[in-house]
Design a protein around this ligand. Structure first.
Ligand SMILES: *[C@@H]1O[C@H](CO)[C@@H](O)[C@H](O)[C@H]1NC(C)=O
Ligand SMILES: *[C@@H]1O[C@H](CO)[C@@H](O)[C@H](O)[C@H]1NC(C)=O
Ligand SMILES: *[C@@H]1O[C@H](CO)[C@@H](O)[C@H](O)[C@H]1NC(C)=O
Ligand SMILES: *[C@@H]1O[C@H](CO)[C@@H](O)[C@H](O)[C@H]1NC(C)=O
Ligand SMILES: *[C@@H]1O[C@H](CO)[C@@H](O)[C@H](O)[C@H]1NC(C)=O
Ligand SMILES: *[C@@H]1O[C@H](CO)[C@@H](O)[C@H](O)[C@H]1NC(C)=O
Ligand SMILES: *[C@@H]1O[C@H](CO)[C@@H](O)[C@H](O)[C@H]1NC(C)=O
Ligand SMILES: *[C@@H]1O[C@H](CO)[C@@H](O)[C@H](O)[C@H]1NC(C)=O
Ligand SMILES: *[C@@H]1O[C@H](CO)[C@@H](O)[C@H](O)[C@H]1NC(C)=O
Ligand SMILES: *[C@@H]1O[C@H](CO)[C@@H](O)[C@H](O)[C@H]1NC(C)=O
Length: 308
Protein backbone atom coordinates (compact mmCIF):
# COMPACT_ATOMS: atom_id res chain seq x y z
CA UNK A 1 0.00 0.00 0.00
CA UNK A 2 2.64 2.49 1.02
CA UNK A 3 4.71 1.35 -1.97
CA UNK A 4 1.92 2.37 -4.34
CA UNK A 5 1.67 5.66 -2.56
CA UNK A 6 5.39 6.36 -2.92
CA UNK A 7 5.21 5.66 -6.63
CA UNK A 8 2.38 8.12 -7.08
CA UNK A 9 4.26 10.68 -5.01
CA UNK A 10 7.30 10.31 -7.24
CA UNK A 11 5.07 10.70 -10.30
CA UNK A 12 3.60 13.86 -8.82
CA UNK A 13 7.06 15.16 -7.96
CA UNK A 14 8.17 14.99 -11.55
CA UNK A 15 5.47 17.59 -12.29
CA UNK A 16 6.90 19.80 -9.59
CA UNK A 17 8.31 22.55 -11.76
CA UNK A 18 5.31 22.90 -14.04
CA UNK A 19 2.60 23.01 -11.38
CA UNK A 20 0.97 26.34 -10.67
CA UNK A 21 2.84 27.48 -7.61
CA UNK A 22 1.35 28.47 -4.34
CA UNK A 23 3.45 31.38 -3.14
CA UNK A 24 4.00 29.72 0.24
CA UNK A 25 5.29 26.54 -1.43
CA UNK A 26 9.00 26.30 -2.40
CA UNK A 27 9.47 27.11 -6.06
CA UNK A 28 12.67 26.17 -7.91
CA UNK A 29 12.20 28.92 -10.47
CA UNK A 30 14.97 31.48 -10.23
CA UNK A 31 16.93 29.51 -7.65
CA UNK A 32 20.72 29.50 -7.83
CA UNK A 33 20.55 25.81 -8.68
CA UNK A 34 16.98 24.87 -9.54
CA UNK A 35 17.78 21.27 -10.41
CA UNK A 36 19.57 20.63 -7.14
CA UNK A 37 16.74 22.38 -5.30
CA UNK A 38 14.11 20.07 -6.82
CA UNK A 39 16.24 17.03 -5.97
CA UNK A 40 16.76 18.28 -2.43
CA UNK A 41 13.02 18.89 -1.94
CA UNK A 42 12.08 15.51 -3.28
CA UNK A 43 14.59 13.86 -0.95
CA UNK A 44 13.03 15.78 1.92
CA UNK A 45 9.62 14.62 0.79
CA UNK A 46 10.68 10.96 0.58
CA UNK A 47 12.36 11.19 3.97
CA UNK A 48 9.18 12.65 5.45
CA UNK A 49 7.05 9.86 4.08
CA UNK A 50 9.52 7.23 5.31
CA UNK A 51 9.47 8.95 8.69
CA UNK A 52 5.68 8.79 8.78
CA UNK A 53 5.87 5.08 7.99
CA UNK A 54 7.86 4.34 11.15
CA UNK A 55 5.61 2.49 13.58
CA UNK A 56 6.29 4.88 16.46
CA UNK A 57 6.44 8.11 14.45
CA UNK A 58 4.25 11.11 15.11
CA UNK A 59 2.95 13.10 12.16
CA UNK A 60 4.07 16.34 13.77
CA UNK A 61 7.66 15.23 14.40
CA UNK A 62 7.96 14.08 10.78
CA UNK A 63 6.42 17.32 9.51
CA UNK A 64 8.76 19.45 11.56
CA UNK A 65 11.80 17.55 10.32
CA UNK A 66 10.47 17.97 6.81
CA UNK A 67 10.28 21.74 7.29
CA UNK A 68 13.88 21.72 8.51
CA UNK A 69 14.93 19.71 5.47
CA UNK A 70 13.22 22.23 3.19
CA UNK A 71 14.95 25.13 4.92
CA UNK A 72 18.27 23.35 4.38
CA UNK A 73 17.45 22.99 0.67
CA UNK A 74 17.19 26.78 0.51
CA UNK A 75 20.60 27.27 2.13
CA UNK A 76 22.30 24.96 -0.35
CA UNK A 77 20.63 25.61 -3.68
CA UNK A 78 18.17 28.47 -3.37
CA UNK A 79 19.90 30.89 -0.99
CA UNK A 80 18.95 33.83 -3.21
CA UNK A 81 15.29 33.25 -2.25
CA UNK A 82 15.46 33.17 1.54
CA UNK A 83 13.41 36.34 1.87
CA UNK A 84 10.56 35.10 -0.31
CA UNK A 85 7.14 34.23 1.07
CA UNK A 86 7.83 30.49 0.79
CA UNK A 87 11.02 30.38 2.88
CA UNK A 88 9.61 32.84 5.41
CA UNK A 89 6.39 30.83 5.60
CA UNK A 90 8.14 27.49 6.07
CA UNK A 91 10.35 28.98 8.75
CA UNK A 92 7.31 30.45 10.50
CA UNK A 93 5.62 27.06 10.47
CA UNK A 94 8.73 25.46 11.90
CA UNK A 95 9.06 28.06 14.66
CA UNK A 96 5.38 27.78 15.56
CA UNK A 97 5.62 24.01 15.70
CA UNK A 98 8.64 23.87 18.00
CA UNK A 99 7.44 26.55 20.40
CA UNK A 100 4.23 28.32 19.78
CA UNK A 101 4.53 30.61 22.78
CA UNK A 102 8.12 31.78 22.64
CA UNK A 103 9.36 32.29 19.15
CA UNK A 104 12.93 31.06 18.62
CA UNK A 105 15.38 32.41 16.10
CA UNK A 106 16.09 31.02 12.65
CA UNK A 107 18.42 32.10 9.83
CA UNK A 108 17.29 34.96 7.55
CA UNK A 109 14.17 35.44 9.65
CA UNK A 110 12.48 37.84 9.78
CA UNK A 111 13.44 39.33 6.44
CA UNK A 112 15.16 42.69 6.98
CA UNK A 113 13.42 45.76 5.53
CA UNK A 114 13.81 46.11 1.76
CA UNK A 115 15.42 42.71 1.26
CA UNK A 116 15.80 41.56 -2.32
CA UNK A 117 13.14 39.14 -3.51
CA UNK A 118 11.03 39.54 -0.42
CA UNK A 119 7.45 38.77 0.47
CA UNK A 120 4.75 41.43 0.19
CA UNK A 121 3.94 40.74 3.84
CA UNK A 122 6.74 40.45 6.36
CA UNK A 123 5.53 37.18 7.82
CA UNK A 124 8.35 37.07 10.37
CA UNK A 125 7.73 40.53 11.79
CA UNK A 126 4.02 39.81 11.97
CA UNK A 127 4.46 36.49 13.75
CA UNK A 128 7.14 37.73 16.15
CA UNK A 129 5.09 40.78 17.07
CA UNK A 130 1.93 38.71 17.56
CA UNK A 131 3.76 36.13 19.66
CA UNK A 132 5.43 38.69 21.89
CA UNK A 133 2.12 40.41 22.48
CA UNK A 134 0.48 37.10 23.21
CA UNK A 135 3.14 36.39 25.87
CA UNK A 136 1.77 39.30 27.90
CA UNK A 137 -1.36 37.25 28.54
CA UNK A 138 0.30 35.58 31.50
CA UNK A 139 0.93 38.98 33.07
CA UNK A 140 -2.77 39.83 32.68
CA UNK A 141 -3.86 36.55 34.18
CA UNK A 142 -1.64 37.24 37.16
CA UNK A 143 -3.53 40.42 38.06
CA UNK A 144 -5.63 40.18 41.18
CA UNK A 145 -8.24 42.72 40.05
CA UNK A 146 -10.49 40.75 37.69
CA UNK A 147 -11.79 43.81 35.88
CA UNK A 148 -8.26 44.90 35.09
CA UNK A 149 -7.24 41.36 34.19
CA UNK A 150 -10.05 41.21 31.66
CA UNK A 151 -9.26 44.58 30.11
CA UNK A 152 -5.62 43.56 29.90
CA UNK A 153 -6.59 40.30 28.19
CA UNK A 154 -8.68 42.26 25.69
CA UNK A 155 -5.66 44.41 24.86
CA UNK A 156 -3.39 41.39 24.49
CA UNK A 157 -5.57 39.61 21.95
CA UNK A 158 -6.22 42.85 20.17
CA UNK A 159 -2.54 43.72 19.92
CA UNK A 160 -1.60 40.19 18.85
CA UNK A 161 -4.15 40.25 16.04
CA UNK A 162 -3.37 43.87 15.19
CA UNK A 163 0.20 42.83 14.37
CA UNK A 164 -1.02 41.13 11.23
CA UNK A 165 -3.37 44.03 10.33
CA UNK A 166 -0.68 46.62 10.89
CA UNK A 167 2.30 44.82 9.37
CA UNK A 168 0.40 43.23 6.49
CA UNK A 169 -2.52 45.61 5.83
CA UNK A 170 -5.07 44.31 3.36
CA UNK A 171 -3.37 40.90 3.13
CA UNK A 172 -5.44 37.78 3.58
CA UNK A 173 -5.33 36.74 7.22
CA UNK A 174 -5.63 32.99 6.78
CA UNK A 175 -1.90 32.65 7.36
CA UNK A 176 0.32 32.13 10.36
CA UNK A 177 -2.40 31.13 12.71
CA UNK A 178 -4.25 34.45 12.72
CA UNK A 179 -7.66 32.71 12.65
CA UNK A 180 -6.54 30.52 15.56
CA UNK A 181 -5.50 33.57 17.49
CA UNK A 182 -8.81 35.29 16.75
CA UNK A 183 -10.74 32.20 17.82
CA UNK A 184 -8.77 31.84 21.04
CA UNK A 185 -9.22 35.54 21.76
CA UNK A 186 -12.95 35.43 21.14
CA UNK A 187 -13.37 32.43 23.43
CA UNK A 188 -11.27 33.81 26.27
CA UNK A 189 -12.86 37.23 26.06
CA UNK A 190 -16.40 35.83 25.89
CA UNK A 191 -15.70 33.89 29.09
CA UNK A 192 -15.50 37.20 30.95
CA UNK A 193 -17.72 39.61 29.07
CA UNK A 194 -16.77 41.86 26.19
CA UNK A 195 -14.08 44.37 25.42
CA UNK A 196 -15.02 47.99 25.57
CA UNK A 197 -11.75 49.73 26.24
CA UNK A 198 -9.54 49.06 23.27
CA UNK A 199 -7.87 52.43 23.20
CA UNK A 200 -4.27 53.51 23.10
CA UNK A 201 -4.68 55.15 26.51
CA UNK A 202 -5.90 51.95 28.12
CA UNK A 203 -3.85 49.35 26.28
CA UNK A 204 -0.59 51.23 26.06
CA UNK A 205 -1.08 53.85 28.76
CA UNK A 206 -2.31 51.50 31.45
CA UNK A 207 -0.90 48.11 30.46
CA UNK A 208 2.08 49.06 28.31
CA UNK A 209 0.86 46.87 25.43
CA UNK A 210 1.88 48.44 22.09
CA UNK A 211 0.17 47.86 18.77
CA UNK A 212 1.83 47.47 15.41
CA UNK A 213 -1.28 48.92 13.76
CA UNK A 214 -0.49 52.62 14.02
CA UNK A 215 -2.18 53.15 17.35
CA UNK A 216 -5.25 51.11 16.42
CA UNK A 217 -6.32 48.13 18.50
CA UNK A 218 -8.35 45.75 16.38
CA UNK A 219 -11.45 44.26 18.02
CA UNK A 220 -11.29 40.47 17.61
CA UNK A 221 -15.08 40.42 17.55
CA UNK A 222 -15.30 43.04 14.82
CA UNK A 223 -12.39 42.58 12.45
CA UNK A 224 -11.60 45.12 9.73
CA UNK A 225 -13.01 44.12 6.32
CA UNK A 226 -11.30 43.62 2.96
CA UNK A 227 -8.25 41.63 3.99
CA UNK A 228 -8.18 39.83 0.68
CA UNK A 229 -4.86 40.48 -1.05
CA UNK A 230 -2.83 37.35 -1.63
CA UNK A 231 0.86 37.20 -0.81
CA UNK A 232 3.37 37.85 -3.55
CA UNK A 233 7.12 38.21 -3.93
CA UNK A 234 8.62 41.57 -4.81
CA UNK A 235 11.87 41.31 -6.80
CA UNK A 236 13.34 44.53 -5.40
CA UNK A 237 16.15 46.47 -6.98
CA UNK A 238 18.95 43.92 -6.67
CA UNK A 239 19.12 40.18 -6.15
CA UNK A 240 21.44 38.35 -3.82
CA UNK A 241 24.69 37.45 -5.56
CA UNK A 242 26.46 35.80 -2.66
CA UNK A 243 25.10 33.36 -0.12
CA UNK A 244 23.75 35.36 2.83
CA UNK A 245 25.00 32.69 5.23
CA UNK A 246 28.46 32.40 3.64
CA UNK A 247 29.82 29.67 1.40
CA UNK A 248 29.55 27.18 4.21
CA UNK A 249 26.92 27.55 6.81
CA UNK A 250 26.56 25.74 10.10
CA UNK A 251 23.13 25.69 11.62
CA UNK A 252 21.42 23.79 14.42
CA UNK A 253 17.82 22.67 14.31
CA UNK A 254 16.15 20.32 16.76
CA UNK A 255 19.48 19.63 18.49
CA UNK A 256 21.08 18.46 15.26
CA UNK A 257 23.86 20.47 13.65
CA UNK A 258 24.00 20.74 9.88
CA UNK A 259 26.82 21.99 7.72
CA UNK A 260 25.52 23.31 4.42
CA UNK A 261 27.58 24.19 1.37
CA UNK A 262 26.02 26.90 -0.76
CA UNK A 263 25.90 26.36 -4.52
CA UNK A 264 28.20 28.90 -6.18
CA UNK A 265 26.74 31.96 -7.85
CA UNK A 266 26.87 32.49 -11.60
CA UNK A 267 25.97 35.81 -13.18
CA UNK A 268 23.37 34.12 -15.36
CA UNK A 269 21.62 32.89 -12.29
CA UNK A 270 22.45 29.22 -12.57
CA UNK A 271 24.93 27.13 -10.68
CA UNK A 272 28.45 26.80 -12.03
CA UNK A 273 28.30 23.04 -12.12
CA UNK A 274 26.07 20.22 -11.11
CA UNK A 275 28.43 19.39 -8.23
CA UNK A 276 25.93 18.68 -5.51
CA UNK A 277 25.52 21.23 -2.78
CA UNK A 278 25.17 19.25 0.37
CA UNK A 279 23.93 19.39 3.89
CA UNK A 280 25.45 16.99 6.35
CA UNK A 281 23.81 16.30 9.65
CA UNK A 282 26.15 15.78 12.55
CA UNK A 283 25.50 15.34 16.23
CA UNK A 284 22.83 13.56 18.17
CA UNK A 285 19.47 12.53 16.90
CA UNK A 286 16.45 13.61 18.87
CA UNK A 287 12.74 13.32 19.14
CA UNK A 288 10.20 16.03 19.53
CA UNK A 289 6.50 16.00 19.99
CA UNK A 290 5.55 19.64 19.70
CA UNK A 291 2.04 20.90 20.00
CA UNK A 292 0.16 21.10 16.71
CA UNK A 293 -0.76 24.61 15.69
CA UNK A 294 -1.34 25.17 12.02
CA UNK A 295 -3.45 22.10 11.55
CA UNK A 296 -2.39 20.89 8.12
CA UNK A 297 1.26 21.38 7.37
CA UNK A 298 1.34 18.52 4.95
CA UNK A 299 -1.62 16.65 3.63
CA UNK A 300 0.68 14.08 2.07
CA UNK A 301 1.99 12.96 5.44
CA UNK A 302 -1.49 12.55 6.79
CA UNK A 303 -2.43 10.58 3.71
CA UNK A 304 0.66 8.42 4.27
CA UNK A 305 -0.67 7.64 7.74
CA UNK A 306 -4.14 6.85 6.50
CA UNK A 307 -2.73 4.43 3.96
CA UNK A 308 -0.79 2.41 6.53
C1 LIG B 1 5.41 15.52 -1.23
O1 LIG B 1 5.09 15.56 -2.59
C2 LIG B 1 3.69 15.54 -2.85
C3 LIG B 1 3.50 15.46 -4.32
O2 LIG B 1 4.11 16.54 -4.96
C4 LIG B 1 3.07 16.79 -2.27
O3 LIG B 1 1.67 16.77 -2.47
C5 LIG B 1 3.35 16.84 -0.79
O4 LIG B 1 2.85 18.04 -0.23
C6 LIG B 1 4.84 16.73 -0.53
N1 LIG B 1 5.05 16.63 0.89
C7 LIG B 1 5.95 17.36 1.52
C8 LIG B 1 6.11 17.07 2.97
O5 LIG B 1 6.62 18.21 0.95
C1 LIG C 1 -1.16 27.50 -0.17
O1 LIG C 1 -0.42 26.76 0.80
C2 LIG C 1 -0.88 26.96 2.12
C3 LIG C 1 0.02 26.19 3.06
O2 LIG C 1 1.02 25.51 2.41
C4 LIG C 1 -2.31 26.48 2.23
O3 LIG C 1 -2.77 26.72 3.55
C5 LIG C 1 -3.18 27.23 1.24
O4 LIG C 1 -4.47 26.71 1.28
C6 LIG C 1 -2.61 27.10 -0.17
N1 LIG C 1 -3.37 27.94 -1.07
C7 LIG C 1 -3.77 27.52 -2.25
C8 LIG C 1 -4.53 28.50 -3.07
O5 LIG C 1 -3.54 26.39 -2.64
C1 LIG D 1 11.09 3.94 17.48
O1 LIG D 1 11.35 2.67 17.98
C2 LIG D 1 12.67 2.20 17.73
C3 LIG D 1 12.81 0.79 18.21
O2 LIG D 1 11.59 0.27 18.64
C4 LIG D 1 13.66 3.13 18.44
O3 LIG D 1 14.98 2.71 18.17
C5 LIG D 1 13.47 4.53 17.94
O4 LIG D 1 14.30 5.42 18.64
C6 LIG D 1 12.03 4.95 18.12
N1 LIG D 1 11.84 6.24 17.50
C7 LIG D 1 11.15 7.20 18.08
C8 LIG D 1 11.00 8.46 17.30
O5 LIG D 1 10.65 7.08 19.18
C1 LIG E 1 -10.47 46.98 39.96
O1 LIG E 1 -10.07 48.00 39.05
C2 LIG E 1 -11.14 48.85 38.68
C3 LIG E 1 -10.62 49.77 37.58
O2 LIG E 1 -9.45 50.39 37.96
C4 LIG E 1 -11.61 49.61 39.91
O3 LIG E 1 -12.68 50.47 39.56
C5 LIG E 1 -12.07 48.62 40.95
O4 LIG E 1 -12.38 49.26 42.12
C6 LIG E 1 -10.99 47.59 41.24
N1 LIG E 1 -11.53 46.53 42.03
C7 LIG E 1 -10.96 46.13 43.16
C8 LIG E 1 -11.63 45.03 43.87
O5 LIG E 1 -9.91 46.63 43.56
C1 LIG F 1 -12.86 34.89 33.69
O1 LIG F 1 -13.92 34.23 34.31
C2 LIG F 1 -13.53 33.06 34.98
C3 LIG F 1 -14.78 32.35 35.46
O2 LIG F 1 -15.78 33.25 35.73
C4 LIG F 1 -12.58 33.40 36.09
O3 LIG F 1 -12.15 32.24 36.75
C5 LIG F 1 -11.37 34.09 35.49
O4 LIG F 1 -10.48 34.51 36.51
C6 LIG F 1 -11.80 35.28 34.69
N1 LIG F 1 -10.64 35.80 34.00
C7 LIG F 1 -10.44 37.08 33.85
C8 LIG F 1 -9.21 37.46 33.07
O5 LIG F 1 -11.18 37.93 34.28
C1 LIG G 1 5.06 45.32 17.65
O1 LIG G 1 5.34 46.29 16.66
C2 LIG G 1 5.16 47.63 17.11
C3 LIG G 1 5.37 48.53 15.93
O2 LIG G 1 6.59 48.29 15.33
C4 LIG G 1 6.14 47.94 18.21
O3 LIG G 1 5.91 49.24 18.71
C5 LIG G 1 5.94 46.96 19.34
O4 LIG G 1 6.91 47.15 20.31
C6 LIG G 1 5.98 45.53 18.83
N1 LIG G 1 5.55 44.68 19.92
C7 LIG G 1 6.34 43.82 20.49
C8 LIG G 1 5.75 43.09 21.64
O5 LIG G 1 7.48 43.60 20.10
C1 LIG H 1 -1.25 56.65 11.39
O1 LIG H 1 -2.08 57.50 12.16
C2 LIG H 1 -1.90 58.86 11.87
C3 LIG H 1 -2.73 59.64 12.86
O2 LIG H 1 -4.03 59.12 12.98
C4 LIG H 1 -2.32 59.12 10.40
O3 LIG H 1 -2.11 60.48 10.09
C5 LIG H 1 -1.46 58.26 9.49
O4 LIG H 1 -1.89 58.38 8.16
C6 LIG H 1 -1.57 56.81 9.89
N1 LIG H 1 -0.63 56.01 9.12
C7 LIG H 1 -0.98 54.88 8.52
C8 LIG H 1 0.09 54.19 7.78
O5 LIG H 1 -2.12 54.44 8.57
C1 LIG I 1 -14.22 47.18 1.40
O1 LIG I 1 -14.65 46.81 0.11
C2 LIG I 1 -15.94 47.31 -0.22
C3 LIG I 1 -16.35 46.70 -1.54
O2 LIG I 1 -15.27 46.75 -2.44
C4 LIG I 1 -15.90 48.83 -0.25
O3 LIG I 1 -17.17 49.34 -0.54
C5 LIG I 1 -15.45 49.34 1.12
O4 LIG I 1 -15.30 50.74 1.09
C6 LIG I 1 -14.15 48.69 1.55
N1 LIG I 1 -13.90 49.06 2.93
C7 LIG I 1 -12.72 49.46 3.35
C8 LIG I 1 -12.63 49.77 4.81
O5 LIG I 1 -11.75 49.58 2.63
C1 LIG J 1 17.71 19.34 23.03
O1 LIG J 1 18.63 18.96 24.03
C2 LIG J 1 18.30 19.47 25.29
C3 LIG J 1 19.43 19.12 26.25
O2 LIG J 1 19.78 17.79 26.10
C4 LIG J 1 16.97 18.87 25.74
O3 LIG J 1 16.60 19.36 26.99
C5 LIG J 1 15.90 19.25 24.72
O4 LIG J 1 14.68 18.64 25.04
C6 LIG J 1 16.32 18.84 23.33
N1 LIG J 1 15.38 19.39 22.38
C7 LIG J 1 14.78 18.66 21.49
C8 LIG J 1 13.88 19.36 20.55
O5 LIG J 1 14.95 17.46 21.41
C1 LIG K 1 25.08 29.82 -17.14
O1 LIG K 1 26.47 29.70 -17.05
C2 LIG K 1 26.94 28.37 -16.97
C3 LIG K 1 28.42 28.41 -16.74
O2 LIG K 1 29.04 29.33 -17.56
C4 LIG K 1 26.58 27.64 -18.26
O3 LIG K 1 26.99 26.29 -18.16
C5 LIG K 1 25.07 27.67 -18.41
O4 LIG K 1 24.70 27.08 -19.63
C6 LIG K 1 24.56 29.10 -18.39
N1 LIG K 1 23.10 29.07 -18.36
C7 LIG K 1 22.37 29.89 -19.09
C8 LIG K 1 20.90 29.73 -18.92
O5 LIG K 1 22.85 30.72 -19.81
Amino acid sequence: MSGTFLVSVIALLSCYSVQAQNVTTPDPEGCIDPTAFVTCLSTANTTAIECANQPNATVTACEVQSLVDEMLCYYSSCWNKVYTCAYQYITSEYLLAIDRDHIQSAPFYPAPANSPDSCSCNLGNSLINATKNHDTLYTCWGMSNETLAHECQCCVYSAAVSASYGICPGTEKDILGVPTLVEEGQANIAANGSCDALTYDVCYGQFGIPTADNGTYVDVNNLPPNQTQTLSNTPGTSSLTSPPGGETMTVTFLNKTYTVTAAPYQANGTAASTAPATSTPTGAAMRIYPEGFLGSISTALIIAFLLL
